[in-house]
Design a protein around this ligand. Structure first.
Ligand code: SF4
Length: 321
């Protein structure tokens, strides 16, 4: 059966009111047609809004899942419904394919917090200490690194190196949260996710007081004091798995807003409490600019070949862990 906007509404009716649906349906039909014509796939991060995540995306997940699945894509064109570093990662793993990001301004406060020059200076200061770089970085920064990691595999990556000390960049809070789980000494940088750094321990205590019995799941980009107040901390994929496995009566996902909507669609029996923070960069991606990306072949991601070769190595080392 050929998918159409009309046949897709059932999927999202819990999170998109019927009155809003006509705003989306035209673009959805156009995007489904353009995907067929251009042999294109859409990769969408868990923080994309439900009409993108559930209605036009072919592959969804966290950064790690998107990086892994990007390697298996057979289409000619990949549209990345996420932020720029994710599109770069898809391009690194698919150098011969066209990779499009619908809005070049979709950045990331973590990616902006560190430069290749910073890493070169750190290597001088900590000679011989391996550099583990979170995937939320530019290709140029990845190229200066020994290996990448995501919030889903950071502990395994750090421990795979068999060394007593690593530099883990650029997310200070992720580094501090992982340091609590491993004997490896972790030297952190001072980057923060502008979405997760805004949560406070008081927020969690207030949620618990207002919703007795609620299960609190936090992303490890939150400050350690916030993670300490949660029942579980993990990547967006781990949070989603937790809800599916444990089926809490009510849950709060301490992360970006769209995550709760996307997980709620799959779990109608779970009550989702939704205090959250929006990522302005993720929200730059809309159905309208995905459609126009496919119509105009914009904006194609390019990476200097020398940088790409070195950055790819760091990503591939991670994927091999
Ligand atoms: S949520 Fe945070 S880490 Fe993710 S893209 Fe937005 S700013 Fe970057």
């Amino acid at each position: 059966m050929t998918l159409s906007a009309a046949s897709l509404y059932d999927r999202v009716q819990r999170v998109i009111p019927a009155i809003e649906w006509p705003v989306f349906s035209d673009d959805i039909d156009a995007i489904l047609k353009l995907k067929r014509e251009r042999n294109a796939v859409i990769l969408a991060h868990n923080y994309q809004t439900p009409e993108i995540f559930h209605c036009v995306a072919d592959i969804v997940g966290d950064s790690l899942a998107l990086a892994r699945k990007a390697m298996e894509v057979e289409a000619d064109v990949i549209v990345l419904a996420g932020v720029h570093f994710m599109a770069e990662t898809a391009k690194l793993l698919n150098p011969s394919k066209t990779v499009l990001i619908p809005d070049m301004r979709a950045g990331c406060s973590l990616a902006d917090s560190i430069t290749p020059q910073d890493i070169r200076l750190l290597r001088q200061r900590y000679p011989g200490v391996p550099v583990v770089t979170y995937v939320n970085t530019s290709a140029a920064v990845k190229a200066e690194s020994d290996i990448c990691c995501t919030s889903g595999n950071a502990k395994a990556v750090v421990e795979s190196l068999g060394v007593p000390r690593v530099l883990m960049l650029p997310d200070e809070y992720l580094a501090q949260n992982i340091a609590k789980q491993t004997d490896v000494e972790i030297i952190a940088w001072k980057g923060h996710c502008e979405v997760h750094e805004r949560f406070t321990p008081e927020d969690i205590r207030e949620m618990r007081a207002a919703h007795p019995g609620v299960t609190v799941l936090a992303h490890p980009e939150c400050p350690p004091e916030v993670v300490a107040e949660a029942d579980f901390a993990g990547s967006t994929a781990a949070m989603s798995d937790y809800v599916g496995r444990e089926k809490p009566a009510s849950v709060v996902l301490v992360t970006e807003c769209s995550m709760s909507d996307n997980v709620a669609v799959e779990h109608p029996d779970v009550e989702f409490i939704r205090p959250c923070n929006l990522c302005p960069h993720m929200k730059r991606i809309t159905l309208g600019n995905i459609r126009s990306a496919l119509e105009r072949n914009e904006h194609a991601v390019t990476i200097d070949p020398t940088v790409a070769a070195r950055a790819r190595l760091a990503v591939e080392r991670m994927l091999a862990v």
